[in-house]
Design a binder for this molecule. Sequence first.
Ligand code: GDP
Length: 314
Amino acid sequence: MPNQKRRKDVRNIAIIAHVDHGKTTLVDALLKQTGAYHFKDGEATIMDSNPIEKERGITIFSKNASLKYKDIQINIVDTPGHADFGSEVERILRMVDGVLLLVDAFEGPMPQTKFVLRKSLELHLKPILVVNKIDRPQARPHEVVDLTFDLFCELNATDEQLDFPIVFASAKDGTATFDPADKPRDMKPLLETMIHRVLPPVADPAEPFQMLVTMLDYDSYIGRISIGRIVHGCVKVGETIALVKRNGDVKRGRVTKILKYQGLRRIEAESGEAGDILSIAGIDEVKVGETLAAAQNPVALKTIKIDEPTISMN
Ligand code: GDP
């Protein structure tokens, strides 16, 4: 649409991969490259790890990170690879405008690669292929690109999706190149691809506030935390906003805190606007899939089916 406003200073990107193909290492490398890494070892963060998650030894709540490159805020959202989290994957993918599809340069695409890629293609996202671990002695980067291309075809990717950018990386060494024969230096080839090949979010700050709650977190001091992308408008700390429940009921509450990502850490902010992925505290009755909206004439955003058991945070 010609009149859509876009936030040129933001990119929202999810990382999708089979387990162990290097998501965590890649995010660390990107944070190191952009100077945000020191936050990782910094003071204690709010909800860095969740007790339920630790207990079960699985990732329930996705980890997000944010970095700045050439004055562009790149929000990176982790996506669970496992099919048990199908609707969570879908909710997360609806927050972003692009995905990094990470594939091990030796193993090639695996079952979880297929699962998360299928979801991304269905949601009309155009993936960037990152062939990782090219430093492995048995790496076969070109074959892995071909296998991934075949997988795209099998999943009925459109011509535009098939024309995916390719970056070869060693997340472990903190390097990326456009050709595996090039001399690796740093992560810039990947960062450049991210800012040039992922569209800035469509976002109009002048419209009434609306945010779809994609994930929940809990902190013993500040209570339930809604995580999601602001789709329209702005929100400020102290403001009274509405919560539109799934059955259409409307509750009201006051925004007590807004937290934005900086590196792997969440920092307090005064306000947020359309295009931002952030956390809002103060609305305690919220559930995943519900809408936070302007107090006047609140309207729900389109939600998606929730098919996994709801995890009680209390
Ligand atoms: P995740 O499960 O996708 O988050 O994967 P991790 O980032 O935890 O990486 C899984 C394993 O692969 C770890 O042992 C990493 O050290 C290793 N790894 C990650 N990236 C690379 C890489 O570029 N080269 C090599 N050789 N190993 C890597």
